[in-house]
Design a protein around this ligand. Structure first.
Ligand code: CDP
Length: 241
């Protein structure tokens, strides 16, 4: 798709970022009292709250797996999170995002430790400005750590894409609307395993490789922010040591 608006000015993007720059990200772990684990994350104009419950017995019983826990991520956009008020409740898009996030998390959580259990991850998007699946998954990972759920690694997610024939990191709203491709990924930063990879639009093999490498770079930067947020919560709870 050809851009209908100018997405670059003097080599910089509409919001002043360089092609390889992320939007600002703030992460806070352990913000909700009733959930077993929680995280609040701001990523550019996105605001996301995640609450984790479990592991607890999966009900109804026919949903149980006798060998491992099931992981149910539920991605929900608040009606007020987008410009045109969104009709409340699940739709095709939120079902798709819930599914890919559930599958990504299932691959890092030590699910064999909790047969017949369910681990529920509620992702509420309060404000949306492109990249909410990455924001949701990144926040879910921190909330799972906060809940004490054992995982092989702390997963992390980030996207890269193409606007005006350039590969850029972390598309903003206009870039998502008027750009030509978006490539969200999620990885296990320690092993480099890919947990999620989707592509919207068209990229050549060369562009794909470049976008993938850039998204990986973003993932590693955000991974450090996740760890910092977790340390901040637990260091302040234990009196700052
Ligand atoms: O949010 P993400 O980039 O993961 O998914 P998307 O389906 O590519 O959506 C991109 C953006 O479109 C969202 O982040 C929202 O800002 C916006 N959107 C919207 O305005 N209304 C919707 N019903 C769905 C998405």
């Amino acid at each position: 798709m050809k851009s209908e608006i100018k997405l670059f000015e003097n080599g910089k993007r509409l919001d002043g970022r360089m092609p390889d720059e992320l939007r600002n990200i703030k992460i806070k772990a352990g913000v909700l009292h009733r959930a077993e684990g929680s995280c609040y994350l701001e990523w550019g104009g996105n605001k996301v709250m995640v609450a984790v419950y479990g592991p607890r017995e999966a009900i109804p019983r026919h949903t149980q797996n006798p060998l491992r826990a099931i992981v149910t991520a539920r991605y929900n956009m608040a009606a007020f999170s987008v410009d045109d008020r969104k009709r409340p409740g699940p739709d095709r898009r939120s079902r798709e995002i819930s599914k890919v996030i559930s599958e990504a998390l299932e691959n890092v959580i030590l699910v064999e430790k909790f047969p017949r259990a369910t681990i529920d991850v509620n992702i509420e998007v309060l404000d949306a400005e492109a990249g909410t699946r990455c924001a949701g998954l990144t926040a879910a990972a921190v909330a799972l750590v906060d809940a004490g759920i054992p995982m092989k690694d702390i997963p992390v997610s980030c996207a890269a894409g193409k606007i005006e024939d350039q590969i850029v990191l972390d598309l903003g709203k206009d870039e998502d609307n008027y750009g030509s491709a978006d490539l969200p990924i999620a990885i296990s930063p320690r092993t480099g395993d890919v947990l999620l990879l989707q592509m919207d639009g068209h990229l050549t093999q060369e562009e794909f490789d470049k976008a993938f490498d850039l998204a990986l770079k973003g993932c590693h930067i955000i991974s450090d922010l996740q760890k910092k947020a977790i340390l901040e919560t637990y260091q302040s709870e234990s009196g700052g040591d």
